[in-house]
Design a protein around this ligand. Structure first.
Ligand code: PLP
Length: 293
């Protein structure tokens, strides 16, 4: 065996994955909310999805999902992307230039688990700070902003993660996010939110995601985790941001054709969530019906 695949602390021989992936009847798999399976309703929606070529902007189901995501987040526009990693990289790429620094918590997914794509592809350096329980304060962020000197690399972007996965799913309150955004904007920095599990944070806070993200410049959230869809994430922001993001999605190999087949599960997930029907099998929290919109 020349490599291992890993999930958390678990290492699995790829040849044995098929065996290891089988969960005995009646056992709830709590390794991750990424092991959630699509509901029967999602599978039906996928089979019946109306589709077109999304690279031409002609897939009605993708367009519907993007409109719905923008609406739920109170943003101008949204973009369907294959993965959360690509969504975060698009956010980073749009808001930075090669040679910039991206400030994030040291346990952030963008720092640890995205294959250094912010460096390898976007040409940026992560500049990390440690927040108590993974939650940064403006003071901690301010301390790592580089001085405006021509021979220093320049800070361009703050990337927050709500919930913070590796800190144990800790939550930024909306007041904390707002405070960081206000200060970051005053300092000339943009703020991207890795909201892979933003709906868990919304549930914990009893808040809605439009309010929680109203000051961030862009946000990514995953359909494929607690929401139970098999594939996909969304990026939300202004029309201008999404226009640029669409170009980078294609450049990163994420332009999809009849993507309505997978987008349909996301549309169905949003509906199921509203009515409290999500059947996640893993660590996702699916309650709080209707709290997100
Ligand atoms: C906080 C966080 N952000 C981003 C991602 C990336 O999502 P994906 O696996 O869809 O690329 C993950 C995946 O687990 C995550 O936990």
């Amino acid at each position: 065996m020349s490599y291992t695949v890993a999930k958390g602390n678990q290492r699995v021989d790829p040849d044995q994955v098929a065996e290891a992936g089988k969960i005995p009847e009646g056992v709830v798999d709590l390794r991750s909310d990424t092991v959630t399976r699509p509901t029967a309703e999602m599978r039906r929606a996928m089979a019946e999805a109306e589709v077109g070529d999304d690279v031409y902007g002609e897939d009605p189901t993708v367009n519907r999902l993007e409109r719905r995501a923008a609406e739920i987040f109170g943003k101008e526009a949204a973009l369907f992307v294959p993965t959360g990693c690509m969504g975060n990289l698009i956010g980073i790429k749009v808001w930075t230039h090669h040679g910039n620094e991206v400030i994030c918590e040291e346990r952030a997914h963008v720092n640890l688990y995205e294959l250094a794509s912010m460096s390898a592809i976007a040409g940026c350096m992560p500049r990390v700070a440690r927040g108590e329980d993974g939650v940064l304060t403006w003071k901690q962020i301010e301390a790592v902003i580089r001085p405006k000197i021509y021979y220093d690399s320049q800070s361009a972007l703050v990337c927050l993660e709500n919930t913070n996965n590796m800190a144990g799913g800790t939550v930024y309150t909306t007041a904390q996010v707002d405070d960081i955004c206000d200060h970051a904007h005053a300092a000339g920095l943009k703020v991207h939110l890795d909201g892979a599990r933003i709906f868990n944070a919304a549930t914990a806070l009893g808040d809605n995601v439009a309010h929680m993200t109203r000051k961030v410049d862009s946000a990514m959230f995953c359909l494929s985790k607690g929401l139970g869809a098999p594939v996909g994430s969304m990026v939300v922001g202004t029309k201008a941001f999404i226009e640029k993001g669409r170009v980078y999605r294609k450049m990163f190999g994420g332009g999809m054709r009849q993507a309505g087949v997978i987008a349909a599960a996301g549309v169905s997930g949003a509906t199921a969530r509203r009515s409290g029907e999500c059947q996640a099998t893993g660590g996702g929290h699916c309650g709080n019906p209707g709290a997100d919109d």
